[in-house]
Ligand binder design. Sequence first.
Ligand code: NOJ
Ligand code: CA
Length: 705
Amino acid sequence: MKKSFLSICIIFLFLNSCEKENEAILEIASPNAAIKVNFNLSDEGQPFYNVKFNNKTIIDTSYLGFDFIEAESLSKNFKIINTSTSEFNETWQMPWGEQIEVVNHYNELNVELEETTEAKRRLSIVFKVYDDGIGFRYEFPEQENWKEFLIKNENTEFNLTEDYKTFWIPGDWDIYEHLYNTTKLSEIDALQYANHKNLAQTYIPENAVNTPVTMVGEDGTHLSFHEAALVDYSGMTLKVDTESLNLKSNLVGSENTAYKVKRSLPFHTPWRTIQITDNAPDLIESKLIVNLNEPNKLGDVSWFTPMKYTGVWWEMHLGKSSWDYGMTQDMNTWTDPGKSNGTHGATTENVKNFIDFSAKNNIGGVLVEGWNTGWEHWIGFEDREGVFDFVTPYPDYDINEIVRYAKEKGVEIIMHHETSAATETYEKQLDTAYALMQKYGMHSVKSGYVGKILPKGEYHHGQYMVNHYNNAAIKAAKYEVAVNAHEPIKATGLRRTYPNIISREGLRGQEFNAWASDGGNPPEHLPIVAFTRMLSGPIDYTPGIFNIKFDEYKKENQVNTTIAQQLALYVVIYSPIQMAADLVEHYEANPEPLQFIKDVGVDWQETKVLNGKVGDYVTIARKERETDNWFVGGITDENSRIIELTFEFLDDNQNYEAIIYRDGDTAHWDKNPLDLKIEKMKINKESKLSIKLTEGGGFAMSLMK
Ligand code: NOJ
Ligand code: CA
């Protein structure tokens, strides 16, 4: 770390003539000086900060502090006992990711505070200011008279200066699977979503939002609020004061304790983050969240290979087959336990079909859901502890034979652990479950947490579960297992520290299109997700549905995009594991668009966000590691639009064989989603192309050397 007091502007200003230390203003700027954070103490010794972007105040005086159980609040009566600044600049490499090299360049301000009262408790507040935003956290040093505390609430404020156009989901303590709303900040009403249908668990106690929450200002300022490095703490929602335009941290709690977080000192909170840019594409290119996490603690994780995968999955969501072996399809009536109901999906034969298909189509993995005992007792059961077993296959699934066959075909089986949120049962079996995977050479697991958390009273996003998710992933690494959790805790960039945390759900995924009674995910869903949820990390969205209407299974449901957009998602929505989610027969009937899934990369050297507007459209280009081929994807909301593409990002003096998969002339997400036009052409750096995206449409493009 380089100390450079010169490049950092620290101004000590004495506002009044009385020499109170309290009135020093500390200022720290980003390396390019566009973002400035000021820190100060009020007359009462209360810490506050504000943020300027291009000389405009975007966060006005915002106070910081904590309330505790059985201890005085930490809010005022502080004095500054020390301050220091430093500059940090490094470039680190992602073992897999949207790019290889990541620049981590910031200026840091560290303010040490001490109470002027008898207790003399100490607290430091650390700000890191980057060109793409800020992060700050509270650090509690070891101290004589203070060993442990119980946090009732953290009172971090973000006092906004404009009634921003805001893209938000409610501050649900149990699930992020809500549709995004677009309203003014002053019009946020999260409580209208309390008691939502289609959700196996939901709890929205306040008018609060979950993060990332993204805002767009009149002058084009873009802000996104989130957190980084969420470890042994509870998730933060942001309570909205629609009158004063103030956001305040509201931590997820538990019904079992009066406190929300229990920690002993020394300790520090997660980073509170604001990504700040003057345009939409830069939000997606921002690496603030991963940069605020600690470097890789696992070392070499080359045992995990980014891959595309198919699986026994969509067929259950469509109702073609079942997860369980001995229950009728509606999951309500027993047939004869121990005897097959005849619709079980995870049979040796069916899985072999997926293996064959994957091997033929450059797809590295096959996910098998419903392979293990316990599914008869899945949804709606109170007594879920002790039900799921993560080592015992159903009688019609020959796991030894499947693993042998997959290996022969060069395909890896992806393990599935649906815990039904019965965490104690899962924790007891973790070692044996991961050891089984290691024995079979399975290097990734999709886990799931559907239902109310057991033990009762805990929520998916509270401290108890944050620790559960993190501990499971850390343990998995010991067995060379990478984790893709569904119904997870939000991504906070921990993939940098633990690169076996590969992907997760944590949004309304494709599955909602198969069964949600509210019409599924509307065309604007993903053009919002790209600028909200995706800022936090990789998404297991499970794209690639070709049979958009699937009327033979469900007349009432459909995917609300064109087939061209389904292809675009392989590039637009980032994940190091990317599902080809549709049924084998639907792919085999459509070899031409399948070619794109076969060709497209999953691990990138570079990413360029070519254009975009939050909630409307986005185009992203990514260069594949090793091959140097480029892939481009663009998606639009319910409005049709024309995208003008240029190709400056391509290598010099190089011609590329391009295949474009675009919406046909009469394509429309609802009226004609399968109308797809495929064109081949030569493209180089100087090329220009105008592409029309239809309503709910998109385009995908491969550029091979
Ligand atoms: C919910 C997950 O999101 C979905 O992908 C999975 O199929 C089911 N749970 C069963 O585990
Ligand atoms: Ca889910």
